[in-house]
Design a binder for this molecule. Structure first.
Ligand code: IMP
Ligand code: MG
Length: 173
């Protein structure tokens, strides 16, 4: 049925890794009440699993942006489709992403959030493709580092499809 997809990380592998991230984040944010900011749409399964692996008081909020990667531009506009539902001034932010590829989206989101004067900003991504980076952006927590493959599943899509696959696979066009 999904003959163009090679499994990369199974449900079980993801479950184990997300638990590990949760343990690490629980320790690192002990005594704090972070705002965990999920970037829609791709983040929704990861976010749901990650926050349930964090044994902490927290606020959870979502943001959706559209990023236009025109040419070599790296500091251009990011269009907010859905904004956070709370102030983040003076708060510790944990920004959660599905995947960091060129880094352009995250770079822009980071600048936008920084203007709102949070106390700290850290980033947690399920997947990281460092070989594709066009701009350096700090990523503090990484589920899995992967080579330059186009991946789908567990929130990641191809033209809106495959987000509901419970595992992550490589899509072969
Ligand atoms: P960046 O600005 O290039 O880092 O783009 C990050 C966004 O591109 C992610 O949030 C995804 O929506 C999308 N993206 C990048 N690589 C992949 C992939 O392999 N599969 C699915 N979406 C991807
Ligand atoms: Mg996305």
């Amino acid at each position: 049925m999904h003959e163009r997809i090679t499994p990369l990380f199974s449900e079980e592998q993801i479950r184990v890794r997300v638990k590990e991230l949760g343990v690490q984040l629980t320790a690192d944010y002990a005594g704090k009440v972070p705002v965990v900011v999920g970037l829609l749409n791709g983040v929704f399964p990861f976010m749901a699993d990650l926050v349930r692996a964090m044994d902490l008081d927290m606020d959870v909020s979502f943001m959706q942006v559209a990023s236009y990667h025109g040419g070599t531009e790296s500091t251009g506009e990011v269009h907010i489709l859905k904004d956070l539902d709370r102030s983040i001034q003076g708060r510790h932010l944990l920004v959660v992403e599905d995947i960091v590829d060129t880094g352009l989206t995250l770079h822009k989101v980071r600048n936008l959030l920084k203007d709102r004067e949070p106390l700290s900003i850290k980033v947690c991504t399920l997947l990281d493709k460092p070989s594709r980076r066009k701009i350096e952006v700090p990523v503090h927590y990484v589920g899995f580092t992967i080579p330059d493959h186009f991946v789908i599943g567990y929130g990641l899509d191809l033209d809106g499809k495959y987000r509901n696959l419970p595992y992550v696979g490589v899509y072969h066009p």
